[in-house]
Design a protein around this ligand. Structure first.
Ligand SMILES: NC(=O)c1ccc[n+]([C@@H]2O[C@H](COP(=O)([O-])OP(=O)(O)OC[C@H]3O[C@@H](n4cnc5c(N)ncnc54)[C@H](OP(=O)(O)O)[C@@H]3O)[C@@H](O)[C@H]2O)c1
Ligand SMILES: N[C@@H](CCO)C(=O)O
Length: 359
């Protein structure tokens, strides 16, 4: 039997769904794999809840009542004092600041599972240093949900690359958030800001939806896939069509954006009114291996084309390779949503557990 001890950073949409899925699936996982999943500490940006017993269905109330302000060093001291082993830190934050803690966590015995895409899309130096640290301390880092939420995109690209298959192009609808938004917006008469609010309320966007609308989220995903196949790039080199006007961009506060987001409506209304009856708007990412070009843009597609006929928050990835020729491998399905994403995180946790010690 193996016990794994998780410290969960982030209890928003994805983090709280992960806790609920662990509660639902824990005994099934134990019976089939003899892996006992313990949630040792649960953390948001302000408080940490140190879980003495097994987590249960009242975890949310316990977190609020018994959580208190923390420093990372206190969490590390806690797991040492309690002699917890098989440690996995789960990053379910969207924080650029938090990923700077990864190296300290690794040095203190943690493996890492991240839904947060930031660590893999900062500088090439950060990316490589992180991997050196993992190697030095013999720790694992999995992040399948960085691209396509719960869809197996990263693993597929890694496996093809490892087996020597030459990937020539990856093209697709990379953003579940923008897929939902443009599916809804292209097919009815609601304003863009109404559709955006709906996507936010369903937990389908980034905490700050400008990360989606600015193209940065898809830019990050393209960069992450490019790095998997040894294309060395920086985020600044991705050609991105930014859908957020300058005066509402990330340099202004999120509340300023929220108060003024109706100002997006006019521009999108114009794009919608230019569509023919059989056309829809689609947000596309493209990684050309030969050209080395990574591009993010909003395009018009025929309603009955493969991308045009996607539904809900579906993402779709076409992976072109030498041996598959002009008939790509296609991976398609929900590309955003707390439950599919947290299931992907849980799957990464179990993959890491396979290599941990039985205790
Ligand atoms: N939702 C999806 O469909 C999806 C799909 C794929 C990947 N992801 C990724 O999953 C991550 C989480 O998304 P979400 O929708 O769950 O976001 P969310 O609902 O905003 O939750 C974020 C959580 O992170 C916490 N947090 C922020 N900064 C922190 C810090 N420095 N230390 C510890 N905790 C911190 C927040 O705490 P406070 O409440 O105190 O601020 C909150 O609990 C993001 O990186 C996103 O890109 C999401
Ligand atoms: N913005 C993400 C989902 C939330 O992280 C996506 O569209 O894939």
């Amino acid at each position: 039997m193996k016990t794994i001890n998780i410290v969960l950073f982030g209890v928003g949409n994805v983090g709280s769904s992960l806790i609920n899925q662990i509660l639902e699936s824990r005994s099934k996982i134990f019976n089939s794999s003899q892996i006992d999943i313990k949630l040792a500490v649960i953390v948001n940006s302000k408080i940490a809840f140190y879980n003495k017993d097994d987590i249960n269905n009242s975890w949310e109330a316990d977190f609020k009542s018994y959580g208190y302000p923390y420093k990372l060093s206190q969490i590390i001291n806690h797991v040492k004092k309690e002699k917890l082993t098989n440690l996995i830190a789960v990053d379910a934050t969207a924080s650029e600041k938090f990923v700077k803690n990864y190296k300290e966590l690794i040095r203190n015995g943690f493996n890492i599972v991240a839904a947060n895409k930031t660590a893999n899309s900062l500088s090439d130096k950060f990316y490589k240093d992180l991997r050196l640290e993992l190697k030095k301390h013999d720790k694992q880092f999995l992040y399948e949900t960085n691209v396509g939420a719960g869809l197996p995109v990263i693993k597929t690209v890694q496996d093809l690359h490892l087996a020597g298959e030459e990937i020539t192009k990856i093209r697709g609808i990379f953003s579940g958030s923008l897929s939902y938004i443009f599916n809804s917006f292209s097919s009815n008469n609601r304003t863009f800001s109404e559709v955006l609010d709906e996507a936010r309320n369903k937990g389908l966007t980034e905490p700050d939806p400008r990360i989606d609308l600015s193209g940065k989220d898809v830019g990050r995903k393209l960069l992450i896939l490019a790095r998997e196949i040894n294309i060395i790039k920086e985020l600044t080199e991705v050609k991105i069509e930014n859908l957020v006007p300058n005066h509402l961009n990330g340099k202004s506060s999120i509340s300023h954006f929220n108060e003024n987001q109706q100002e997006l409506n006019l521009n999108f209304e114009e794009r919608r009114s230019n569509l023919k009856a059989d056309e829809v708007l689609r947000h596309i990412g493209e990684l050309g291996v030969a050209s080395g070009q990574l591009e993010v843009k909003l395009v018009t597609e025929k309603r009955n084309s493969p991308f045009g006929s996607l539904q809900e928050a579906d993402a779709s990835f076409e992976i072109y390779t030498k041996n598959y020729g002009n008939r790509p491998i296609v991976i398609q399905g929900a590309g955003a949503g707390a439950r599919v994403t947290s299931r992907g995180v849980l799957s990464d946790l179990l993959k890491i557990s396979e290599k941990l010690e039985c205790i």
